[in-house]
Design a binder for this molecule. Structure first.
Ligand code: PLP
Length: 369
């Protein structure tokens, strides 16, 4: 049985008539930048996340960059960011001229904690980028309490956490702003690059919209120097078709994660993902810790089960950050995750039989080797 890591063709086919219609209506209208599809998406996505404002952008990385810019973070400033994340969350800090300060994650949920962030705060700390990883929110209430007390901005990276919740708070509205990626494989994905920022601050929303649009809200206005990072009209039209299904797809991911857990329970060599109390983990990824991970991965691959590693290396140990001269002991949790994390296929179109096959294969690997 083949179990691909993702299947975007199957995903498209599930909505083909509606998506084709949406694409053709943009093509016929001949308006490819901005317009009604973008406005509609911003309105509906803000509504779904209970945010006052949403600004569509070219991608999630731009969102993080523009958030830092809009918060006036620049050279001489420090921004705290997880050692265990995708590189977007640290490269944007350098891009605005500030310094990334890496913090280790906790060993149960793999997200940053107020306790560890506090240790890294200096008089130069201006912001924290909190990443809600794999679909699960970090302890945002405690982090918010700490940052408010110290007058430090919070940018939530929600690229892996569409509709995730913690203590009744939905991802993206607890901090100053929440950044989303709609990269094709994300829980809500476009058919190309796309992203957005949500915020309850009108001032921040306007600032980000200006920055993303050459410094103005209209074509002929350049209040400041900006950039070009707009949500593409075609992508917005596609996202408008998909948005009403996000809750259903999320429920399906949670259901599939539950099946994985019940099928994998009792395998001593596998550590299952833990869900924080009183929270909604939306399982962008289903990540287990596996003993003899690389050997298992190869075995699964031979049985036509694709798996991935998020991430092969903690950020401070990527060549791009060798100048920081970090030691392994600076980030013990991230270092241990490097050796053992394994992402198993999870997406709404995945069949339950496929999951059972994956789990049976894992079981047989540990029984054999
Ligand atoms: C996907 C992702 C991003 C960046 O998104 P792009 O839209 O590809 O730029 C940022 N942070 C995290 C944690 C991500 O997973």
């Amino acid at each position: 049985m083949k179990v691909p890591f993702v299947n975007l063709t199957k995903h498209y086919e599930s909505l083909k008539p509606q998506i084709d219609k949406a694409i053709h209506s943009v093509l016929s209208a001949g308006n490819f930048i901005g317009g009604e599809p973008v406005r509609l998406f911003e309105k509906n996505f803000a509504g779904l996340c209970s945010a006052k404002h949403c600004v569509g952008l070219g991608n999630g990385t731009d969102g993080l960059f523009l958030a830092l810019r809009a918060l006036n973070i620049s050279s001489g400033d420090e921004v705290i960011t997880p050692a265990w994340s995708w590189i977007s969350t640290s490269e944007v800090i350098t891009a605005v001229g500030a310094e990334p300060v890496f913090v280790d994650v906790d060993s149960t949920y793999y997200t940053v904690t107020a306790l560890e962030i506090e240790k890294k705060i200096t008089s130069r700390t201006k912001a924290v980028i909190v990443v809600h990883l794999y679909g699960q929110m970090a302890e945002i209430d405690r982090i918010k309490e700490l940052c408010q007390h110290k007058n430090i901005a919070i940018i939530e990276d929600c690229s892996q956490a569409h509709l995730s919740e913690a203590d009744g708070i939905i991802a993206g509205v607890a901090g100053d702003c929440g950044v989303f990626s709609f990269y094709p494989t994300k829980n809500l994905g476009a058919f190309g690059d796309a992203g957005c920022i949500i915020t309850n601050s009108k001032e921040l929303a306007i600032k980000i919209r200006r920055l993303a649009n050459h410094g103005g809200l209209t074509k002929d206005e350049h209040l400041v120097e900006g950039f070009n990072s707009r949500l593409d009209t075609l992508q917005a039209a596609i996202l408008n078709v998909k948005l009403p299904y996000l809750s259903i797809w999320t429920k399906r991911r949670i259901e599939l994660a539950q099946l994985y857990k019940s099928e994998l329970i009792g395998i001593r060599e596998i550590t299952l993902p833990q869900v924080r109390h009183n929270s909604v983990h939306t399982f962008h990824l289903f990540v287990v810790l596996a003993e003899r991970r690389d050997q298992l991965r190869k075995y699964l691959f031979e049985r036509e089960v694709q798996s991935l590693i998020h991430y092969p290396k903690a950020l401070p140990f990527e060549p791009a950050y060798s100048y920081l001269n970090h030691k392994k002991s600076d980030f013990p949790v991230s270092v241990s995750l490097q050796e053992s994390v394994l992402s198993l296929p999870i997406y709404p179109e995945l069949e339950k039989d496929q999951i059972k096959y994956v789990c049976k294969s894992i079981r047989s690997f540990y029984e054999t080797f």
